[in-house]
Design a binder for this molecule. Sequence first.
Ligand SMILES: Cc1cc2nc3c(=O)[nH]c(=O)nc-3n(C[C@H](O)[C@H](O)[C@H](O)COP(=O)(O)O)c2cc1C
Ligand code: SF4
Ligand code: SF4
Length: 430
Amino acid sequence: MADLSIEFCGIKSVNPFWLASAPPTDKAYNVVRAFEAGWGGVVWKTLGEDPAAVNVSSRYSALYGKNREVIGFNNIELITDRSLEINLQEITQVKQDWPDRVIIVSLMLPCEEKLWADILPLVEATGADGIELNFGCPHGMPERGMGAAVGQVPEYVEMVTRWCKTHSKLPVIVKLTPNITDVRAPARAAKAGGADAVSLINTINSITHLDLDQMVAYPVVGGASTHGGYCGTAVKPIALNMVAEIARDPATAGLPISGIGGIGNWRDAAEFMALGSGCVQVCTAAMLHGFRIVEEMKDGLSRWMDQKGYTRVSDFVGKAVPNTTDWKYLNMNYQVIAQINQDDCIKCGRCYVACEDTSHQSISQLIDAAGVRTYEVIKDECVGCNLCEITCPVQGCITMVPQHTGKPYMNWTQDPRNPRAERPAVAESV
Ligand SMILES: Cc1cc2nc3c(=O)[nH]c(=O)nc-3n(C[C@H](O)[C@H](O)[C@H](O)COP(=O)(O)O)c2cc1C
Ligand code: SF4
Ligand code: SF4
């Protein structure tokens, strides 16, 4: 049976599933229940200076799918609203009671070295395994010069990271904001400051929807609202890309990554790991479905690893990174064509409409005398865009079939159709 234990920047964890800094890790009561459920670690809800932050009501809003499943989650909460002393006491106690579980303490303070120098020994004294620097909170705290206001300025990221490395022996994980043009810049800065790891993503600036009667966005606070931080399933693709960007950046290659953003099951977690995350963190899925989701995560990952012959997590961490490349290195001679399985087709015509109206008019609609419709792909016209396969409501009914073109690998830098062809690049694995 696969071994799920990991070592992440020197921190040993019984499994790679940690809860992200947020309400699920806000207090001892939650964290103990999370550990009982089987989570390998937690990043404690962000601590700051006293007096503790004060929150508004209401605080959350969501983007729903058709069946009221939550696709995206938005919050305007601040960091912990409990005193530093209480939090530190609880962390000390929980760590004593659960020595084999990871507790990382998330911190957010103004950019003054003395404040960091003062708090770090207090955190170390709790027995915590590491610290995470919250340079990502996108609401409330940036207005006070913290959170994303720091994370958006690489020089600040490097400076504060260095202070933490100077004043603490604990591993330092720098949590990055996605509200930035190029996430590699703060990741490089974190590395330059001596970070042991980065974690990402924090939440994305968002307004989910409005109350059009009151003319105000959700969540409503009195008659007004403000932008929040977006997370949950909807942000997973953005997070995965950012993780990959850092994993394949030669400047940060090898820097441990803790992947966060929309992780709700073992498969999501495996994807983050394949793109370079040594461990993963979960927030929204736990808030919506409870701590027990970790059972499916552990079971599923372990079964899949057994199936694939991976004995430990490190066997596949980063395995998809070499296959994630720049567009210009993709194989121009690779070709797929859509194929409809007529036995599965329910004749809804969605593929036809999609291809006819917005793609390459590559699906024919034949209606016989009895009014029965048949849809067929016109092979010579199909460009293999995947749109019909995505549109089809019957999973597996349309498949994309690779064609044997007999042509060798040729990327855009080598393509005679490219007026600005570069010197042929060494072929990467694509
Ligand atoms: C209500 C709420 C509060 C949060 N508070 C914090 C926080 O105090 N510190 C922090 O670093 N991230 C905080 N986050 C961000 C999460 O840790 C995480 O980065 C983000 O939600 C993306 O993960 P997810 O898609 O699994 O939720 C918060 C998120 C939510 C939903
Ligand atoms: S793959 Fe694209 S071009 Fe080909 S049939 Fe489907 S929608 Fe049309
Ligand atoms: S979308 Fe799928 S089920 Fe509907 S007609 Fe096309 S192939 Fe058939």
